[in-house]
Design a protein around this ligand. Structure first.
Ligand code: ADP
Ligand code: ADP
Ligand code: SF4
Length: 601
């Protein structure tokens, strides 16, 4: 076995502990050699993997959980592709892009998906574990001799493979890119496809807008369009669906397949919305391992099998269990029954609202929500979801109709993530300001929010240093910790991996049930929305012009209504029960449409 020691430099703070890792290490205590010491600049601990005996004492002693020690088989070491540096993350193997189909990548956050994309797109030269010197391309090409990656890397080495990447985090683009959508897209257009791509992604109305003014969803589509317009041999899309509604997700998936020419070019997509990943990919590579410590790329599987193996937690070709238990989404389509005696938290009759200044008009059908109930919202952005919540809280008065039981306090988790949504500097300050109970380890709130969402490690961290996924979990926790009658969570899944999505869904449900309040959750990952919500309100309309909110519907009615509007049918996978989009025009698609059963017949 090979020893692998990782010290997370974001967490290791030698000036804030008593150097327990160094003092208690049994190798250090022999006083002959050292297995662990401070770095020269005293900013973090350094573990000498050849001296360390792997006892794990430092792992337990570190008050910040900054150290991980694992043993990996020597065989695996032969597949080492990259190590960022001393005591840093190791990536073993790589997903092998192939022409002839779209390759989907799935795996936990921190397992090495973005690292793989950086390497395959030529942004990061793989060092084969030798981080002390600049690796030369000959060595890299030789290391992959006999595999399909040998030719791939020779092309990169000779500048014969042009790649283009849609990055995972899109927020930075808004600061960096200057100019209008139309100008920037025409500059990007190396293929003469400007009109086709703009039409397909429905970007026509945005051409005159400055990139700095785009909403999250608009920015996402703009970046996907810019990538599609480039003339490249390899196209990479790192999470192309965040901030998009269901129609736009399908549109982006269709556009990627239509414009990248997967029969000739390499096309790779990382995505955690499994229904979309399933729809877009032909093959799947699972990246597994221990997040932040090491990642291993699996062999390619067919799309259905690959996603099912991932959910089942077992990879047959590798004979590898990647999770002790299978992940199952509760696909329930029956309506939850509430006791007659229970009083709704909020109840409204048919209402009409119009903003005099913009003219935007919203019609809301009647509805109600009970204590402990999660109301799922489906539909596009810009058709009045926030307006609806403002009506429920009495902040806005409708022109017609009224709210019969209104809520007083509303706590909001906004869709777009930025450290700016917090006034506080650190995670613990933000949680403490939301609720004094949130940081009390004896409280149920702490158990749900801090333990289950795994925020323990992050409490001392500065909010502006968090990754997108970490920021999302903190934002959800802070909004749920607050005292309120109604919780509005707008796209809580963005930047979370599949396992984290399920944990967040469970936490939302538990907190709402325990507090006996109501949550309104806007979520476009349908598999997840089915898991979170008890009832559905479907929003339709023309963004910025008019909106229509249905009455509160059962899950089946709600999903059926949405999918019928989109003309998409969804079946249930026989093995895992997960929802799968039918191919348009297929036998199942036609049969389900004829029967009016758009969602899981
Ligand atoms: P994923 O895309 O699967 O979430 P990444 O490839 O982004 O994972 O990161 C895998 C691990 O590599 C993370 O734990 C991260 O901390 C580490 N890592 C990423 N970039 C760097 C870097 N430039 N230097 C050191 N470590 C890095
Ligand atoms: P959503 O939450 O679904 O994105 P909103 O309810 O925020 O939608 O807004 C719907 C539309 O109402 C927006 O496109 C905007 O044009 C208009 N709008 C929102 N707030 C105001 C306001 N205070 N004054 C005038 N128009 C507004
Ligand atoms: Fe020392 Fe044990 Fe930590 Fe290795 S695992 S550095 S031997 S305390």
């Amino acid at each position: 076995m090979t020893r692998l020691a990782v010290v997370d430099r974001d967490y290791c703070k030698p000036d804030k502990c008593s150097l327990e890792c160094i003092r208690f290490c049994p190798v250090n205590r022999t006083r002959k050699v050292k297995a662990i010491d401070l770095s020269e600049d005293r900013s973090h601990s350094v573990i000498f993997e050849d001296k360390c005996i792997g006892c794990g004492i430092c792992v337990k002693k570190c008050p910040f959980n900054a150290i991980s020690i694992v043993n990996v088989p020597d065989e695996l070491e032969k597949q080492l592709v990259h190590r960022y540096g001393e005591n840093m993350f190791k990536l073993y193997g790589l997903p092998v892009p192939k022409t002839g189909g779209v390759l989907g990548i799935i795996g936990k956050n921190g397992a090495g998906k973005t690292t793989s994309i950086k390497i395959l797109s030529g942004q990061l030269k793989p060092n084969l574990g030798d981080y002390s010197s600049d690796p030369d391309w000959d060595r890299v090409v030789k290391a992959f001799k006999g595999s399909e990656l040998q030719t791939y890397f020779s092309r990169i080495a000779n500048n014969e493979l042009k790649s283009v990447v849609k990055p995972q985090y899109i927020e930075a683009a808004r600061r960096v890119l200057k100019g209008s959508v139309g100008d920037l897209l025409s500059k990007a257009d190396e293929r003469g496809l400007f009109k086709d791509v703009v039409d397909k992604l429905n970007l026509k109305n945005l051409l005159d807008r400055s990139v700095s003014e785009l909403s999250g969803g608009e920015l996402q589509k703009f970046l996907v369009a810019a990538v599609l317009l480039k003339n490249a041999d390899a196209y990479f899309f790192d999470e192309p669906c965040s901030y998009l509604d269901v129609r736009e997700r399908v549109r982006v998936a269709d556009a990627i397949r239509e414009f990248t020419n997967p029969s000739k070019n390499y096309v790779v997509v990382v995505e955690h919305d499994l229904m979309i990943l399933d729809y877009i990919s032909d093959n799947i590579v699972v990246i597994y391992g221990e997040p932040g410590v090491y990642g291993i790329a699996s062999k390619p599987y067919g799309v259905r099998a690959g996603i099912n193996h991932y959910l089942n937690g077992y990879l047959p070709a590798e004979n590898m269990r990647i999770r002790p238990e299978a992940v199952r989404f509760r696909i329930q389509v029956a309506e939850k029954r509430f006791e007659e005696s229970e009083y709704p938290v909020v109840k409204w009759e048919r209402m009409i609202h119009q903003y005099p200044s913009s003219g935007f008009k919203l019609v809301v059908e009647e509805g109600e929500a009970y204590p402990g109930e999660v109301l799922g919202i489906l539909g596009p952005n810009g058709v009045g979801k926030s307006t609806f919540i403002k009506l429920l809280s009495g902040e806005l008065k409708p022109v017609e109709g009224s709210v019969l039981i209104s809520v007083e306090k509303v706590s909001v988790k906004p869709q777009e993530l930025s450290p700016k949504i917090f006034a506080e500097e650190t995670v613990s300050q933000a949680l403490r300001n939301a609720s004094t109970e949130a940081l009390n380890p004896a409280s149920w709130l702490y158990n749900e929010l801090v333990r289950k969402l795994r925020l323990n490690r992050m409490l001392d961290r500065r909010i502006e240093e968090l990754s997108g996924g970490e920021l999302q979990k903190v934002a959800v926790a802070v909004s749920l910790a607050r005292d309120a009658d109604l919780y509005l969570l707008d796209e809580p899944s963005a930047y979370l991996d599949v396992e984290e999505r399920i944990v967040v869904a469970r936490v939302i449900r538990r907190i709402i049930e325990e507090k006996k309040k109501t949550a309104v959750v806007v979520e476009h990952d349908l598999m997840l929305q089915n898991y979170i919500s008890d009832k559905i309100v479907v929003f339709t309309g023309k963004p910025s012009v008019e909106g229509y909110a249905s009455r509160t519907l059962s899950i089946r009615e709600g999903f059926n209504t949405l999918l019928m509007n989109l003309s998409i049918t969804v079946r249930k996978d026989s093995e895992t029960g997960r929802p799968r989009i039918n191919k348009p025009g297929s036998v199942l698609d036609r049969e389900q449409k004829a029967r009016g059963e758009y969602y899981i017949p």
